[in-house]
Design a protein around this ligand. Structure first.
Ligand code: AMP
Ligand code: ZN
Length: 135
């Protein structure tokens, strides 16, 4: 299904032009319009899924394979030193476009790209609570 009000549906399906790095039956990979680093790209499925919670298993199973293919090729082209994959779900997690996407962010030694967090400490009660609720 496509969503008529979704900009990423229009981009993924070619109704709005984009800087396309790759396209197949299921996905389009484009350059992000406000990149965190040169070469920052987005994997967009052609079908509309708001986020990972909604993503069909079959599509989900293809995403990481495509991410691997893209970063392998783009690492050669950009000559970068590493890659971050970032995937936001929900506004609380920083999602601004509610069509599932994966950020592919090239990293260079010593760059100042900020996709890190301040490490905390795993509390005993948090570990026990989570593990007991999973049972
Ligand atoms: P997120 O915060 O994970 O939802 O990321 C949305 C991303 O989409 C941001 O990095 C935006 O810069 C990017 N973005 C928004 N509109 C466009 C567009 N028209 N073309 C390319 N990238 C876009
Ligand atoms: Zn969409």
């Amino acid at each position: 299904m496509k969503d008529d009000n979704c900009i990423f549906c229009k981009i993924a399906n070619g109704e709005i032009p984009s800087a396309t790095l790759y396209e197949d039956e299921d996905f389009r990979v484009i350059l992000d319009i406000s990149p965190a680093a040169k070469g920052h790209a987005l994997i967009l499925p052609k079908e509309h899924y708001a986020d990972l919670y909604e993503l069909e298993d079959e599509t989900a199973s293809k995403v990481l394979v495509l991410a691997k293919k893209m970063i392998t090729r783009m690492t050669e082209i950009l000559n970068c030193d590493g890659y971050n994959l970032v995937q936001n779900n929900g506004e609380a997690a920083g999602q601004t476009v509610h069509h599932f996407h994966v950020h592919l962010i090239p990293r260079f030694n010593g760059d100042k790209v900020g996709v890190a967090w301040k490490p905390g400490t795993l509390k005993d009660e948090d570990r026990e609570e989570i593990l007991s609720k999973l049972k």
